[in-house]
Each structure stands twice: as structure tokens, then as C-alpha cells.
Ligand binder design. Structure first.
Ligand SMILES: [Zn+2]
Length: 413
């Protein structure tokens, strides 16, 4: 895409009303637009990042047998009253209508997905099943000042699974855990899974996925030898204690952000909605249910906080809005530099490279500063020297490493 056609422009200054680093950077670079505290619109660059994260999550959920659906956003209040959440969960939006009916919008979807599952899962032969969606969620937060990391509206992947037995839920939990760790690794994040008893009345057990980041709101203790990890706040253990699980390692302390969770819901929702299936002996049984969440927009916020420096954003290739930022140092569109960069842009596009082409008549300093702010992993510079020698400067955003690459190697480099 030609940057002269991109309708967003980077700002020189961080917005005055944003306190969180992720929102400061993302608003400045034109990735998102703030509608109100905790609610953002995603502009072309931001939408690309969000969809890259969604694609990675979707691939892993499909790979473990998840079936994607799209549930209604506007919900009747009745199922929420049936489970007790209407009265007990403070972040549930309660929307009055002129029809005198009340509605809500989902902050989780057990109230919607359980009645759907009840329609189709009648026999043990239908189990286990996992269905998921990627969509908008809403929470009536009192305060929202963490940018896109904790919003009143956010994008989430939520999967719900139904099982005959606790053992089968445990088996599936282990499968999802591996898939989650793969997703975070693909996004360049180091994640740990903590296990804790759930606080909510709906939950038997919950598992949190924490990524190590200095921007994190939580402190965790994790074993340097095995996968053991706990939230430091609730643990009697402390840094350097011997690991109680493997007894070989010791505990390290780190800042972390929660980017996913798994809830063992037991039979709570099945009972609320009288959802039973026939077991092998023909007897009615309640299925065991699990809920598996990943905050997609939150993950993007955590990444903006984690992968950034004093110059701006530093996206990993897997999530970046473009693979290459082609920066031409021509000034009027008709000079040799502009002609050479136009030709290279077309060549890269034909080779299937996702490229943002800065073809605007700005100074090199302005272009490089904006390129650093946008955080595209690789920058190819077309200046006088490149035109004369057919050797191009390729700058890696993460390290600042500069390589001189002959044109014929650019497409594969
Ligand atoms: Zn250990």
C-alpha cells in the first residue's frame, strides 16, 4: 500500500489524555482511535495487527478441533437472569429498551452457548465438542485507563467445550494449554500457565496464562526448571524458594500480564439450563463444561507495551501490519529515486510481499522517525546510492542492524 493513500497520519506528540503506553503509541502511530475511555476503533494498521493475531489464534483453535461460530452480540436478559449473572456480576451491561424488555451484550457467552449446545448435544456420542468465536465483548468497567489492555469493549476468542467426564475435560485442558503456549510463542511472547482455584461461584478451577513483561500488572513466581508458575500475590512462596513441584529448580519473580484464561465450569451451566445428554446406559447426565478465553485486543496492547522502545513500536513479523516498509527518499515523484522505488514496490508486490510504501514528499528524517514509530519489522531504503549501485539499505527495526542487500536478493531476503 502507498503511504500517500493511507488515510491515517502519525502524530508528533502522544495524546494528552492517554496514560498507558500502549494507547499513547497506538494512537500516535494511527493504529487506533479513542472513542471514550476503554473503547477504541481500529484503523487500517491496527485492524491488520488485530487480524494477524486472530488468524494465529484461529489456526490453533481449528487445529485442536474447535468449530468456529458467531454468536449474537445483543442478548435477551432472561438467560442471564436464569444463571444469576444478571444480579450478581457487576460488569454486565443492563440495557433498557422502549419495548420495556431488557437486554445485555456479552461479557462472556455461557448464557448463549449453553442453550445452543443443548439443542444439538443429546447423546454421549456427540461429546466431546468445542465451539468458539472471535468477537466483541463488553464490560461495564467503572474505570478504564489501560488503553486497549482493559476495555469496556474488546475483542476476545472464547471457546466452550462439553465433556462426559472430568478426566476428559482435564485431557482437553492439556491440549488447549499447549495450543495457547504455541500462540504466545508465535507472537514472540514468553508465557506461563498458573493454576489457581477460581474465585467466582461459577468456577471450580481456573488457569491463567501470563506473559512475562515489564509492563505487567501482576507479579508471578515461576520455576526456572519446570513449568510451575503461581501468582505471587496469593502464594506463600517467595523468590529463590525451591520449587515444590520438581524440587530441582528455584522460583524466579517477574512482572507479567494475563493474556488468557481457562475456567473449569463443572456442571453449573448445564444445570442452570437443564442440559443433559444420554450416557452409554441411556441415563441422563449433565456434561462438564469448560471456557477458554484469549483477549485478542488485550494481547495487542500487551505486545505494544512489550515490543516498543523510545522510538516507537517494534512488531514481531507474525503480527506486524506489513512485512516491509519501503521508504523512498525521492521528493517529487518524477526523479530517478522515485522511479526506482516505484519499480521496486511493484516487484515486491508481485512477489507477494506485504509492503507499505512511503512515497510521500517528506524529508528523510521525518520518514525514518515515522517508520520507527510504526514499527514494521524491516525497512528498505531507496536513496541516491541505491539507484546508482542497485544495492539497498535494509534496516531491521528490532535491532537497528543495517545490511546492504543487492536488488536481486531483496525479494528473498
Ligand atoms: Zn520446578
Amino acid at each position: 500500500m502507498r503511504q500517500s493513500k493511507l488515510f491515517t497520519k502519525a502524530r508528533r506528540e502522544a495524546p494528552a489524555d492517554e496514560v498507558s503506553k500502549n494507547a499513547q503509541l497506538l494512537v500516535r502511530a494511527g493504529y487506533v482511535h479513542k472513542e471514550m475511555a476503554g473503547v477504541y476503533s481500529y484503523l487500517p494498521l491496527g485492524r491488520r495487527v488485530l487480524e494477524n493475531i486472530e488468524r494465529i489464534v484461529r489456526e490453533e483453535m481449528d487445529a485442536i478441533g474447535g468449530q468456529e461460530i458467531r454468536m449474537a452480540i445483543l442478548h435477551p436478559s432472561e438467560p442471564w437472569k436464569q444463571t444469576g449473572a444478571w444480579d450478581s456480576v457487576d460488569v454486565v451491561f443492563r440495557i433498557a429498551s422502549r419495548t420495556e424488555k431488557e437486554y445485555t451484550v456479552g461479557q462472556s457467552e455461557e448464557e448463549i452457548v449453553t442453550p445452543i449446545a443443548r439443542e444439538y448435544l443429546a447423546s454421549y456420542k456427540d461429546l466431546p465438542v468445542a465451539i468458539y468465536q472471535i468477537g466483541q465483548k463488553y464490560r461495564d468497567e467503572l474505570r478504564a485507563k489501560s488503553g486497549i489492555m482493559r476495555g469496556r469493549e474488546f475483542t476476545m476468542k472464547d471457546m466452550y467445550s462439553f465433556h462426559e467426564t472430568q478426566e476428559d475435560f482435564d485431557r482437553f485442558y492439556a491440549v488447549v494449554k499447549e495450543a495457547y503456549l504455541k500462540i504466545y510463542a508465535c507472537l514472540g511472547l514468553v508465557a506461563k500457565a498458573t493454576e489457581a482455584s477460581g474465585g467466582a461461584f461459577t468456577t471450580k478451577l481456573s488457569y491463567e496464562f501470563m506473559v512475562l513483561t515489564d509492563a505487567g500488572e501482576d507479579d508471578i513466581l515461576y520455576c526456572n526448571h519446570c513449568s510451575y508458575c503461581v501468582n505471587a500475590e496469593i502464594s506463600a512462596q517467595k523468590e529463590d524458594d525451591a520449587c515444590t513441584r520438581c524440587t530441582k529448580g528455584s522460583l524466579a519473580r517477574a512482572k507479567a500480564s494475563e493474556v488468557g484464561n481457562i475456567f473449569d465450569l463443572g456442571t453449573k451451566y448445564a444445570k442452570d439450563f437443564s442440559f443433559t445428554y444420554k450416557d452409554k446406559g441411556g441415563k441422563d447426565q449433565y456434561p462438564i463444561m469448560g471456557c477458554f478465553g484469549i483477549g485478542i485486543s488485550r494481547l495487542m496492547g500487551v505486545m505494544a507495551e512489550t515490543f516498543s522502545d523510545e522510538k516507537g513500536l517494534v512488531w514481531p513479523e507474525s503480527a506486524a501490519p506489513f512485512a516491509v516498509h519501503l521508504v523512498a527518499l525521492g521528493r517529487d515523484g518524477g526523479d530517478d529515486i522515485s522511479k526506482a522505488s516505484d519499480a521496486l514496490y511493484e516487484e515486491l508486490r508481485r512477489a507477494g510481499v506485504d509492503v507499505l510504501y512511503d512515497d510521500r514528499p517528506l524529508s528523510a528524517g521525518e520518514k525514518f522517525a515515522e517508520s520507527d514509530l510504526l514499527g514494521i519489522p524491516k525497512r528498505i531504503v531507496v536513496g541516491k546510492e541505491a539507484v546508482a549501485t542497485d544495492v539497498f539499505e535494509v534496516v531491521e527495526r528490532k535491532t537497528g542492524t543495517v545490511a546492504k542487500v543487492p536488488r536481486k536478493n531483496l525479494i528473498v531476503s
